[in-house]
Write a protein that binds this ligand. Structure first.
Ligand code: ADP
Length: 501
């Protein structure tokens, strides 16, 4: 076996034609059509997948609705559902390497990054398995009872119903489980629409769900294209909720469509996140931290720290340090353990990033390192640092979703906060400092859903994740993650004092 090849189990899995997973069974698309999936490191076709369209979404939603109405999932005792979700976590542990290798083949990410992501999905499955037995309502009788009308009142927390889960290609298994684990913990039945570029790990996980004992119809997986399968799911009148991760523009389109039946909507969207390095920061922490804040997963991370602000005295040193770090990164195929930077997902994404590199130069920014595509096959781009930028430039304002950092020197604390917040987004923000005071002061003032101090991009199942402003609606992970898939019911019982028979 060559070093760069996935293990034979993964190669065998990829080689087949993959069907849709509906009502616990593998099925062809109604149209009989399939589409190709490519390895971004080579551009070669690695698998064919059934192409779900509106008719298939209809079948999947009907299966989920039946499962919900028959209470196949939320009607089970909580302990039983918790056991099944925990068992799924154990199956993910058993299959961790395979799941990671599938995402490497599909997405191109370095294997170490893929393994980290699978590890976090296992933690999420366990976290939400544990939560199932803790879902309770409130007893509010003492607050509302009066002498005139005695009352008993309580709330119950119920699953929102049938949830549509639409996920992107930049973290296929990670973005699936961050939604699926709380959806299942809440008792929902779901239809998943994976990204057309990376549907394979979700389909592999379907087998594990069967093995764990998730009843048929509770999880349905329909790969297909956004404009067709995705749009049909968002438009579907029998879907109660959409949980979406992807671009801000698609998120806005989803909100417009979901208005038809006022589906609940959770959105985890784009970003242009600031990273701030103060003069008193430890350079051995700040430089690699800021570098990997943008270059990890080749910058294809919604919370990538793409705007760097450095206090003037340290600016040259920090920018040079990040540039040296960028140059030292090994670019290559994700399955090569030496690779630290994989390809971009597609030729289209590579070309989009390359055109931003040209735009930056045209706008007058200076390339400190990188600045072009890499190699003659696959979709690689060099990690790039721009200096001499200003707030009006497109490379400063727009989400590039590639390994491109723009660096700005700042001095005054008010300027710093103003510039960091000068974006329509608000997903992540990083602060590097050894001053506890500065760290907390600036964290308070940043308009972002996630602030990381002296370490960028940390996530945990127990900590809510999501964005301010155009970075989204709602939160994933934590208690907020499950409540996004729940409805609250208030029950009032009027008690009759005369009932004395
Ligand atoms: P990108 O343009 O980078 O692929 P998108 O936000 O368009 O990002 O895609 C994220 C997910 O949303 C994918 O699964 C895609 O198929 C899906 N999608 C795209 N357009 C729509 C749409 N109009 N309705 C529902 N889902 C969509």
């Amino acid at each position: 076996m060559a070093l760069h090849d996935p293990n034979p189990q993964v190669s065998d899995y990829l080689a087949g034609t993959h069907q849709l997973f509906i009502d616990g069974a593998w099925q062809d698309a109604s149209s009989g059509e399939t589409f190709e999936v490519h390895d971004p490191a080579t551009g070669r076709c690695i698998a064919r997948v059934a192409e779900g369209r509106a008719a298939d979404i209809d079948r999947a939603v009907a299966a989920a609705r039946r499962a919900f109405d028959e209470r196949r999932w939320h009607g089970l005792p909580p302990e039983r559902r918790a056991d099944i979700l925990w068992k799924l976590a154990e199956l993910f542990e058993r299959e961790a390497r395979t799941l990671a290798e599938i995402d490497v083949a599909d997405n191109g990410m370095p294997i170490a990054f893929a393994e980290w992501m699978v590890g976090s999905t296992i933690a999420q499955l366990k976290y939400y398995a544990g939560m199932i037995t803790k879902v309770t309502g409130r007893n509010v009788s003492p607050s509302i009872a009066s002498d005139a009308v005695p009352m008993h009142a309580y709330t119950s927390v119920e699953p929102v119903g049938v949830a549509g889960i639409i996920i992107p290609w930049n973290g296929p298994i990670g973005t699936l489980i961050i939604k699926l684990a709380p959806a299942l913990a809440a008792g929902c039945c779901v239809v998943v629409k994976p990204a057309e570029l990376t549907p394979l790990s979700a389909l592999y996980a379907a087998n594990l769900m069967n093995e764990a004992g998730v009843p048929p119809g509770v999880v349905n997986i329909v790969p297909g294209f956004g404009k067709d399968a995705g749009q049909s799911l968002v438009d579907h009148a029998d879907v109660d909720k959409i949980s979406f991760t992807g671009s801000t523009e698609t998120g806005k389109a989803i909100v417009r469509s979901a208005a038809a039946n006022l589906k609940r909507v959770t959105l985890e969207l784009g970003g242009k996140s600031p990273v701030i390095v103060f003069d008193d920061a430890d350079p051995d922490i700040a430089i690699p931290g800021a570098a990997m804040g943008i270059f990890a997963n080749t910058g294809q991370v919604c919370f990538a720290g793409s705007r760097l602000f450095v206090q003037k005295k340290s600016y040259d040193k920090v920018v040079a340090g990040i540039s040296d770090f960028a140059k030292s990164l090994t670019i290559g195929k994700g399955m090569d353990p030496a690779s630290q930077i994989g390809p971009l997902i597609s030729a289209g994404q590579r070309d989009k990033v390359a055109s931003y590199l040209e735009t930056g130069v045209r706008e007058g920014a200076e390339i400190v390192t990188g600045g072009s595509t890499h190699g003659d096959h696959g979709f690689f781009v060099q990690p790039t640092v721009f200096a001499n930028v200003d707030a009006s430039m497109r490379i400063v304002k727009e989400e590039i979703f590639g390994p491109v950092l723009v660096a700005t020197p700042v001095d005054d604390m008010d300027d710093l906060v103003r510039m960091a917040n000068d974006t329509r987004y608000g997903l992540g923000a990083g602060i590097y400092t050894t001053s506890v005071n500065k760290a907390h002061l600036v964290a308070q003032k940043l308009r972002a859903g996630n602030v990381w101090i002296n370490g960028y991009g940390v996530m945990h199942a127990a900590m809510p994740f999501g964005g301010f402003r155009e970075s989204g609606w709602g939160r994933e992970n934590g208690l907020e993650g499950i409540s996004a898939f729940q409805e609250t019911k208030s029950v009032f019982i009027t008690l009759n004092e005369n009932d004395r028979a």
